[in-house]
Design a protein around this ligand. Structure first.
Ligand SMILES: O=C(O)c1ccccc1NCC(=O)[C@H](O)[C@H](O)COP(=O)(O)O
Length: 214
């Protein structure tokens, strides 16, 4: 089976089209005002309209309350909610049942204790995204930081999962092989400046992923 790839933090039609052309399975849209990749729900809706049916639109939120998620869903027809803050398993379950959409819980991994936290989340989350732990100050994700893939090598997961954190066209092949990842997620590694996607890097990343035997 081929490795799936999500390009996150898309904010222009050109970048969306490059993700689709390169074979991305998921397209991520950030709804978090401090981020350089933040979008309004209306702007995201315009970008989602460009996606063919086989590319799944994902809304990335950070500790969002129900009203904020409602406002996103009222305008933007996303199919997965990516919870990328400090959401507890209880909050992840509540988001899923309130909005009737799959929830992908992002968990920062820096040590074995974080792997245990990810396993606690897989009981309620529909998907997991295993990412680098963010710095104490700054954005809770999208920082281009790599974590030690050996921490999850050989780990068995009950839910579908994505490997994230500092992936690039140059390291994604080794990352997939080391972590045994069935899917990957990238943002900074396909940018030429924070929030500015590079179309050639998107193509190179997706070509590297496609070249890995699943
Ligand atoms: O991208 C952001 O600005 C962002 C803001 C707040 C929380 C998460 C954010 N991004 C997460 C991602 O883009 C990805 O899901 C993933 O963490 C990969 O990021 P990167 O290391 O930049 O490839």
């Amino acid at each position: 089976m081929s490795i799936r790839a999500k390009i996150c933090g898309l904010s222009t039609p050109e970048a969306v089209d490059a993700a689709v052309a390169g074979g991305a399975s998921h397209a991520g849209f950030v709804f978090y005002p401090p981020s350089p990749r933040n979008l309004t729900p209306a702007a995201a809706a315009g970008l989602i309209a460009r996606l063919p049916g086989h590319v799944t639109p994902v809304a990335l939120v950070v500790d969002a309350d129900d009203a904020a998620i409602e406002a996103i869903l009222a305008a933007a027809p996303v199919k997965i909610i990516q919870a990328h803050g400090r959401e507890t398993p209880e909050r992840v379950a509540a988001i899923g049942s309130r909005f009737g959409l799959p929830v992908m819980k992002a968990v920062g991994i820096a040590g074995p204790e974080d792997v245990a936290i990810a396993h606690a989340h897989e009981v309620v989350a529909d998907l997991l995204l295993l990412d680098a732990k963010p710095p104490k100050k700054g954005l809770p994700g999208g920082n281009g930081l790599v974590f030690d893939w050996q921490l999850i090598a050989g780990e068995a997961w009950k839910k579908p999962w994505f490997l994230a954190g500092g992936l690039t066209p140059d390291n994604v092949t080794l990352a997939i092989r080391t972590a045994g990842a069935p899917a990957v997620d990238v943002s900074s590694g396909v940018e030429r400046a924070p929030g500015v996607k590079d179309l050639d890097l998107i193509a190179a990343f997706l070509a590297a992923v496609a070249s890995v035997e699943g």
